[in-house]
Design a protein around this ligand. Structure first.
Ligand code: DAH
Length: 348
């Protein structure tokens, strides 16, 4: 539906605007084009007896442009076809048009998982079975069953994430201790010790930086039997660390406080990288504090259904990320969860 514009200015503008419209990306912008706006400015100055006719032509031009805009929008919409949202891609397209999936041979295991397997293997050979931790637990397992008195300030060391239903994202793998004691206490009656390691993801509301993540991995260990003492604890951890770092190490323990062990210790090893000469990894002290440990508190044994008069045990818990970072010289803990392929492929 074309109309002959009588007014030459309108006619010229119409020709110009329609030609310009074809190449425009933002079609609606044609309605704000300076050429069109200038015509509106002219209404005030045209000869009063031509004004009505001019206004009519101008309105007509505008409605023509509006029609063009409307049509361009609808013609850009492709017809809706149904899709199978469960398919990884449209299985009916020819092979060469399918999305390129990453070739499987470019994938690699995550360094944390590779190391975890190695760690579990070492403990496995020492007679420990492995039980996985969980990613959601309750306050009782996280604190109560571990002898944290209600409202005790020691709870503040664990800045937890809590759901609206008062479930806790475990801040340590110790959250599993009570279950392990209960599930394995029959072993004691059969004359077997309880020897379990518990790897798991742990969560803390940390300010994230190069050495702190909100999500990290821990390995817990629990050993209970008759006549178990601190010497067993030190020897077990020393044997593990020497196997993991493949060298002789010195170890030392310093008194510490955990509500679930008595006595409690911080466990340090001689720096496996500089052999105590002093380096950046041990901060020039020759020693690296590696985990928390102690002899299981009688209250914790009791809550696990074990008689603390008859049995004693030790437990420990330590971060896996830090161990792996030290071993491979990884300078920033955030690499682990970054999904950065350049980082990950170094461990292929
Ligand atoms: N759960 C402690 C933490 O995350 C570490 C720990 C210390 C675990 C002593 C233990 C232990 O089993 O006996 O800080």
């Amino acid at each position: 539906m074309d109309m002959e514009y009588k007014d030459t200015e309108v006619a010229n503008a119409a020709k110009y605007l329609k030609a310009k419209f074809v190449g425009m990306e933002d079609k609606k912008a044609i309605l704000r084009d300076p050429k069109l706006l200038a015509l509106y400015q002219r209404i005030k100055i045209v000869n009063p007896n031509e004004r009505a006719a001019f206004g009519r032509e101008l309105n007509y031009l505008r409605s023509e442009l509006e029609t063009l805009v409307r049509e361009s929008v609808t013609s850009n919409l492709s017809p809706v076809t149904s899709i199978d949202v469960t398919a990884p891609f449209d299985v009916n397209v020819p092979y060469q048009n399918r999305p390129k999936l990453m070739p499987a041979e470019s994938g690699s295991r995550h360094p944390l998982m590779t190391e975890l397997e190695l760690i579990l293997d070492i403990f496995g050979r020492m007679g420990f079975t492995a039980v996985e931790s969980r990613e959601l637990d309750d306050d009782w397992h996280m604190f109560g069953s571990l002898n944290f008195p209600a409202e005790h300030p020691a709870r503040d060391d664990y800045d937890t994430f809590v759901t609206d239903e008062d479930l806790v994202a475990p801040a340590h793998t110790s959250t599993m201790q009570n279950r392990v004691l209960r599930n394995h206490k029959a072993d004691l009656k059969n004359g077997q010790p309880i020897a379990v390691v518990i790897p798991g993801r742990t969560f803390r509301n940390e300010d994230v930086d190069a050495s702190h993540e909100h999500t990290f991995y821990q390995l817990e260990g629990v050993y209970v039997g008759r006549g178990i003492h601190g010497g067993h604890l030190v020897a077990t951890l020393k044997a593990f660390l020497e196997t993991y770092f493949q060298q002789k190490l010195d170890v030392k323990i310093q008194p510490f406080y955990f509500p679930f062990t008595e006595p409690s210790f911080e466990f340090a090893m001689s720096c496996p990288f500089c052999k105590k000469a002093g380096c950046a990894i041990c901060k020039y002290t020759g020693w690296i504090e590696i985990l928390g440990c102690g002899l299981i508190h009688p209250n914790v044994l009791k809550m696990g259904g074990i008689d603390p008069q008859a049995y004693t045990g030790f437990a420990w818990g330590g971060g896996i990320d830090r161990l792996v970072m030290m071993k491979y010289g990884i300078e920033d803990i955030r690499h682990f969860h970054s999904g950065n392929l350049k980082f990950l492929r170094q461990f292929a």
